[in-house]
Write a protein that binds this ligand. Structure first.
Ligand code: UDX
Ligand code: ADP
Length: 471
């Protein structure tokens, strides 16, 4: 029998769970939504009156939180209590790459998925639709299913528990999450319980046209998510490889992107050269594909996807080498302004950001970095670069191989030998380079890894410019 979903619990209040549930709440006022997380501080921040403290920054998110929080959208750490009353449970916990043991460096660590599935098994009541939302390796539904089915609670003859497991991967991109959720290219639901698929479809049908809601078997759904990310990442490695060739030949990568993108078979999106892709999904998902291929003996396929990651690492590292070469082969005690630390604009997320590797490389070379980012705070940068708590004393310029966070873009240029644009924040489009030219030590270099600067504007300035894919 098809049930009407009236109460949703989302386990995991992160970059996926938070925005996704906010949009569902905004479009389904009759559905009560509880977003739960073990991390109390994170929940406190979701409940914060000061909306600038929300743990996830996404354009448009704060407005929805303000509209729905306390009405049909609640954030809490009472995981068990909220599981109990839910008809449908979204699993949106983290699934990072395993650091040790079997499959280390490639397979996803499913310990958080396993832990929360056990909580669902123990605490749910009646029929519960369990929906995998996190990016997960293929066949995770099987893991969830076997934990639920072997649950001691299910074997209790007084138990009224039943479950079905659906895969409903999230395709949102950070920075545009709200728009992606409101206007998805498609909603994919994988599973074999027809009625439960229909129940979940009814939720999305509140704002997504029916023809965009498709259902497949559970494995196709899981593999589609990994494949979509692998294809997108592969396009970026392709254009980054061409950017290096452009620099050697005198071609302009933006002109090449435009020309090839007009071919409708290729399409114009995801053809922007940069410092290498970051974010929590691309690398992790390709590693998952590689792990699967190796597991099934498809070594050539594994190598093909491995080359996408290899090219990405190469692109990131070649930027440090280039900067070092242009600054006469040594960065020792030279100040370098870093513009942008997030892995892309409009997010405060730094996971796998190319900026982390580039900054570490520069610090290793002895540079002193003045890092600016409008949304990433010093605490996060300290964790990423030094794996330590933020030291407030780090607000003054230190010695060779150190960094500070600056709040004013122009402070980063004072006496700097170079500036590197690493994230495409809109405010970097409005930098007054004439003013900058007076602040930097000469000869000064600007390295634009995001193609934001129009070379013509630099013609009359005493600044050397390098732009990715243009030389
Ligand atoms: C990605 C997928 O786009 C999304 O569908 C999936 O659900 C999660 O993974 P996300 O990682 O948030 O989303 O951001 P995305 O916009 O895909 O960018 C990933 C990285 O690629 C960023 O570092 C970005 O700067 C880089 N990129 C993107 C490029 O270098 N060039 C491009 O043309 C596009
Ligand atoms: P994503 O980008 O996939 O959303 P995040 O790391 O931002 O990943 O968020 C995942 C969240 O899931 C974290 O806040 C983490 O505390 C939470 N989490 C992990 N395991 C559990 C669990 N068993 N119960 C509740 N929350 C959990």
């Amino acid at each position: 029998m098809k049930i009407k979903i009236k109460n949703i619990c989302c386990i995991g209040a992160g970059y996926v769970g938070g925005p996704t549930m906010a949009v569902i709440a905004d479009n389904c006022h009759n559905v009560e939504i509880n977003v739960v997380d073990l991390d109390r501080e994170r929940i406190d921040r979701w409940n914060s009156k000061d909306l600038s403290r929300l743990p996830v920054y996404e354009p448009g998110l704060a407005e929805i939180i303000e509209r729905r929080r306390g009405k049909n959208l609640n954030f809490s750490s009472s995981v068990e209590e909220k599981i109990k009353i839910a008809d449908a449970i979204f699993i949106s916990v983290n699934t990072p790459t395993k650091k040790k043991g079997l499959g280390a460096g490639k397979a996803s660590d499913l310990k958080w998925i396993e832990a929360c599935t056990r909580q669902v098994a123990a605490n749910s009541e009646g029929h519960t639709i369990v929906i995998e939302k996190s990016t997960i390796p293929v066949r995770t539904a099987n893991v969830i299913k076997s934990i639920l089915e072997s649950s001691e609670f299910l074997n209790d003859e007084n138990s009224n528990k039943t479950f079905s497991v659906l895969s409903n991967p999230e395709f949102l991109a950070e920075g545009t999450a709200i728009n992606d959720l409101l206007n998805p290219d498609r909603i994919l639901i994988g599973g074999d319980n027809y009625e439960d698929i229909e129940s979940l479809k009814d939720i999305y049908a509140n704002w997504v046209p029916n023809h965009l809601i498709i259902s497949t078997n559970v494995w196709s759904s899981e593999l589609s998510k990994l494949s979509a990310n692998a294809f997108l990442a592969q396009r970026i490695s392709s254009i980054n490889s061409i950017s290096a060739l452009c620099e050697k030949t005198g071609a302009d990568v933006e002109e090449v992107s435009l020309a090839i993108g007009l071919d409708t078979r290729i399409g114009s999106k995801f053809l922007k050269a940069g410092p290498g892709f970051g974010g929590s999904c691309f690398k992790k998902d390709i590693l998952n594909v590689i792990y699967l291929c190796e597991y099934f003996g498809l070594h050539e396929v594994a190598e093909f996807w491995e080359s996408v990651i290899k090219l990405n690492n190469w692109q990131t590292n070649r930027i440090t080498k280039l900067v070092t070469r242009k600054l006469f082969g040594t960065l020792s005690n030279k100040k370098i302004s870093i513009l942008g630390f997030a892995f892309k604009a409009n997010t405060n997320d730094t996971r796998e950001s190319a900026a982390i590797q580039i900054c570490k490389n520069l610090i290793n070379e002895g540079a002193i970095l003045l890092i600016h980012d409008p949304k990433v705070n010093g605490e996060q940068i300290a964790l990423d670069l030094n794996n330590e708590e933020f030291d407030i004393n780090k607000s003054e310029i230190g010695s060779e191989g150190t960094w500070i966070k600056v709040n004013d873009i122009y402070d980063s240029f004072v006496d700097s030998d170079a500036s590197i644009i690493l994230t495409e924040w809109e405010e970097y489009l409005n930098i007054n380079w004439d003013k900058v030219s007076n602040l930097m030590r000469k000869p000064a270099w600007v390295f634009d890894t995001r193609s934001m600067i129009d070379k013509k504007n630099f013609d009359n300035l005493d600044l050397n410019l390098w732009v990715v894919g243009k030389g």
